[in-house]
Design a protein. Structure first.
Length: 134
């Protein structure tokens, strides 16, 4: 699936993932800075991944782990610092949570930040675990 917004594009095609960029983005995060490249590769292979591109360059990433029946876990949502505060993360999160493959399932994520963003999409919960059923 492809989605476009201004000069940005989201793709869930694994072939388009720029692994070196995703590794760099995840290493800059508080939650995956110590994750090995091998673990990153395995998690990507076993997830539905969303890559965010700006003029062909990957500037964001997220993935969903799901059984396609009852639950979807949203993980590793990250936007390059140069592209934050432009509404791009909100757009990307909206694309992900409204994906027809799991939009009617129990969705959850674990996070230490951006609670205000996630609450706009109906997520609520403790400071670490947020969930919704849309």
């Amino acid at each position: 699936m492809y989605y476009e917004y201004e000069d940005y594009r989201i793709s869930d095609d694994h072939e388009e993932i720029q692994l070196e960029i995703v590794e760099s983005l995840l290493r800059s995060s508080y939650w995956a800075s110590e994750r090995s490249l091998e673990t990153m590769k395995i998690s990507i292979e076993n997830s539905i991944c969303f890559s965010l591109f700006f003029n062909g360059d990957q500037v964001g990433f997220a993935r969903v782990v799901t059984d396609f029946a009852s639950v979807a876990y949203i993980a590793d949502l990250i936007i390059h610092p140069d592209h934050r505060s432009k509404g791009i993360g909100k757009w990307m999160f909206g694309v992900i949570v409204n994906d027809p493959r799991w939009c009617s399932m129990f969705q959850f994520l674990a996070t230490d930040d951006a609670h205000g963003l996630y609450e706009q999409f109906g997520f609520s919960g403790s400071t670490k675990l947020m969930s919704t059923k849309i």
